[in-house]
Design a protein around this ligand. Structure first.
Ligand code: ACM
Ligand code: ZN
Length: 764
């Protein structure tokens, strides 16, 4: 059962000069505890300025944290004391129980970690700032809570940009607030080596510095901002200690055998050609990778992992394994000799070079295993045979988790679809700091189910947990890190922690209290969640676009239809709107005189807009968004293909049938295709337009066009196509848009299916 109270201001006492103001705590925190049972009829516990915390020595640190978390300005007398204990018996060592009665609050954990999480819940239950000097009332209650997953992670890339020790500590504080117990520390990559390795000093002397970086994704040109910095082993140990105090384990990642340009710039002999190499100043995937044909390179891998394992006591070490091109191995005599020596031959479509990566993975797993630890690798390591104790981190969707568990591996989910916090968090990308692309809203994060029902119970049991990833190509300051993490981390924390049904609406109602904690801590968090949530649905019967708006509790929604910014005197949104004509709909929230960011959409209505639209073949499940009807909703997609405006197809036509409300004479059909080449979204190759005459039941071809293969220079673009035909009266239109089936030779993903993203079919 859940309590409904949330930080209610209690009635002021009769004589405020004598009785301190009292603020009532709620227990509706994020993550929400599993069970909160009020002790109905029992008096509450009062925390005043004299509050005592009783804890054994083994919990003295937890007691210190609790004291630090209490708000300033406490006055008045406490009704008893807070007792910390760690003798709860539970299946999870991170479980805790909180009992609040009039004389005593007991936080009992199954370990010190459990106590720590109980304290986090108390901390988030009480208001972070008291309005005036006062005391806190904790309603009498029994809370029982335990995490769903033992592995609750967040990844932090400190290679692409360097972050100071204090910033890394602040990152740890931030994740601990969200009950996250793992920092996956991405310490090495093409663009910078950030951890001291005593046997290879040039890794940090040379590999930790780059003079500049490419501007944007692919330039043109470079900035003039050098990036440098690394952690000494002593500093890394300091981070491990700091994290452990907050019950966070630190898993270092040495990304190998790809993403190693910084190491190869430092020691060119590690690569196949011997270099020279540079600490890479661009982003993406570099063909230059370690040469596993050389014994010295294999020794390097062992040496680096051995030194790293001495620093990091966590039971896991991340060995990377992602994005390792094999082109240089195919040409390298030493790699080819190694392939012969190992007897590797093409097997089930897996090339000898791909199996050579399997050899490197197995070697690294072996080094890690000798320290009694297990290796984690990105899901590419599944592409060949690997040791059974390797743990799979599924990032290219959730397929890595499905395949990995099918093969008996433990897995951790970090799919781009839900967990990439370097992606945009709003479709209003024009007003956001530059990001790598994509769209991962708070709601999207919240919707992740790490153990979908497509998994068997045996597979589900192999899921250790999930994590968010923060790659920092375009993130150079710590406030920007916070902005990308928060409040998406809050949504992730419920995925990681909470069992049972989740309710996004309820989560949103609980978020303002956590935002108040962010405010107190000075975090620079994103506030899109406080913007208007606008949903559109086409009503083809009424020929209208229905607009439904919602916002967090306590926020007013106002809107305009002429594109001007809403003000406090603009119309108040009270019920769904039906838009029928061209307009620019702009809406924003207002609260206590503060205005949120406007959400703006342009509606452009043509003859087929709002008509009934169906598809012969459904779009891909991950890119169905608003479905067929969004092709004629009057809203046109921008270049970001995850905004919900586009629908995406791979390996099939976009075959849409549009039923006009009444027959009309048409002479042209137009539509847009979204090109986002690096992700495999390319332009279409042809279109056929058919019309059905009134009274007929057959379609007749009106026009067709072929388009040439897309120009390799086209990267990110909305491409408009239109096809003209003899004016014809039709009652139905059928538009068949043909994709680039397989990506062309010049494309980095050549051989894979191309994606076709289509929006807004218009006619005149
Ligand atoms: C990854 O995002 N390359 C693991
Ligand atoms: Zn080689």
């Amino acid at each position: 059962m859940r309590l409904t109270a949330i930080i209610l201001l209690a009635a002021m006492a009769v004589n405020p000069a004598i009785v301190p103001a009292r603020t009532v705590a709620g227990y509706r925190t994020i993550p929400i505890p599993q069970s909160v049972i009020p002790n109905t009829g029992e008096s509450p516990f009062i925390i005043g300025s004299d509050i005592k915390i009783d804890a054994p020595d083994s919990l003295s640190r937890e007691a210190r944290f609790l004291r630090e978390y209490l708000p300033e300005g406490l006055s008045g007398r406490s009704s008893g004391k807070i007792i910390l204990r760690a003798d709860l018996v539970d299946i999870s060592p991170e479980a805790y129980m909180i009992s609040v009665g009039p004389d005593e609050v007991t936080v009992n954990g199954a370990s010190a970690a459990g106590v720590f999480y109980g304290i986090q819940t108390l901390r988030k239950s009480i208001p972070s700032v008291l309005d005036a000097d006062g005391e806190i009332e904790l309603p009498s209650v029994q809370i029982i809570d335990r995490p769903r997953f033992a592995y609750r992670g967040t990844h932090f890339d400190v290679s692409r940009h360097f972050f100071t020790l204090d910033e890394v500590k602040s990152f740890i504080d931030m994740i601990a607030l969200h009950n996250i117990n793992t920092l996956h520390w991405h310490l090495t990559d093409d663009q910078g080596w950030r951890i001291e390795i005593k046997k290879y000093p040039r890794l940090t002397e040379i590999g930790s510095y780059r003079p500049n970086s490419i501007i944007g994704r692919t330039g043109p040109g470079y900035d003039d901002i050098p990036v440098s910095g690394f952690y000494t082993q002593e500093e890394a140990r300091d981070i491990v200690r700091y994290a452990a105090e907050r019950h966070v384990q630190v898993i270092p990642e040495i990304d190998l055998p790809g993403h190693m340009m910084a190491a190869m710039a430092s020691y060119p002999e590690l690569g196949c050609t011997g270099g020279p190499y540079e600490v890479w100043r661009q982003w993406g995937v570099n063909d230059g990778v370690l040469c596993p044909g050389k014994d010295g390179t294999m020794q390097f891998i062992a040496d680096v992992l051995n030194e790293v394992m001495d620093i990091f006591p966590a039971p896991y070490i991340h060995i990377g394994g992602d994005e390792c091109p094999k082109v240089v191995w195919a040409e390298c005599p030493r790699c080819q000799a190694r392939i012969r020596e190992l007897g590797l031959a093409e097997k089930n479509g897996v090339s000898p070079e791909a199996q050579l990566q399997g050899y490197v993975t197995a070697f690294a797993c072996d080094v890690v295993r000798r320290h009694g630890k297990s290796a984690i690798g990105w899901d590419e390591i599944l592409e060949c045979d690997i040791p059974q104790d390797a743990i799979i981190m599924s990032w290219r969707g959730v397929e890595g988790a499905a395949n990995g568990t099918r093969r008996g591996h433990n897995v951790i989910l970090a799919p781009t679809s839900h967990c990439y916090f370097d992606f945009y968090q709003t479709k209003d990308t024009a007003n956001e700091p530059y990001a790598i692309g994509g769209l991962t809203t708070v709601e999207r994060v919240y919707s992740l189910e790490p153990c979908p029902d497509t998994m068997t119970p045996g597979q589900k049991a192999l899921v250790l947990g999930c994590q968010a990833n923060l790659w920092t190509e375009y993130i150079s300051t710590f406030p920007h890190v916070q902005y990308m993490e928060l409040p998406r981390l809050a949504a992730l924390s419920e995925v990681q922690w909470c069992s049972g049904e989740k309710d996004f609406g309820d989560f949103k109602n609980r978020l303002p209290a956590l935002m108040a904690v962010y405010d107190r801590l000075g975090y620079n968090y994103a506030r899109h969640i406080a913007d208007v949530d606008v949903r559109y649905t086409v009503d083809s019967g009424q020929k209208a676009l229905n607009v439904t708006c919602s916002a967090l509790p306590g926020y007013d929604i106002r809107y305009t239809l002429d594109g001007t910014d809403p003000t406090v005197s603009s119309p108040l949104y009270t019920e769904p709107l039906a838009l029928r004509e061209d307009c620019v709909f702009k809406t924003t929230t207002f609260r206590d005189g503060l205005q949120g960011r406007p959400v703006c959409d342009t509606l452009s209505v043509g003859p087929v807009t709002f008509s009934k639209c169906t598809l012969a073949v459904e779009p891909d499940a991950g890119y169905a968004f608003g479905g067929a009807q969004s092709l004629v909703d009057g809203l046109t997609g921008t270049c970001n293909y995850r905004t919900g405006r586009w629908i995406g197809f791979s390996g099939k036509n976009c075959d849409a049938t549009i039923e006009l409300a009444s027959p009309m004479v048409l002479r042209e059909v137009s539509f847009n295709v979204d090109v986002f080449s690096c992700d495999g979204l390319v332009d279409c190759r042809g279109v056929e337009v058919y019309g059905m005459a009134p009274g007929s039941s057959e379609f007749r071809l009106l026009a067709s066009e072929e388009y040439p293969e897309m120009d390799p220079g086209m990267e990110f673009e909305v491409v408009g196509h239109s096809v003209g035909f003899t004016p014809t009266e039709v009652s139905k239109l059928r538009v068949v848009i043909r994709p680039q089936w397989v990506l062309p030779q010049w494309h980095p993903l050549t051989g894979c299916l191309g994606f076709l993203f289509v929006d807004e079919i218009r006619a005149r």
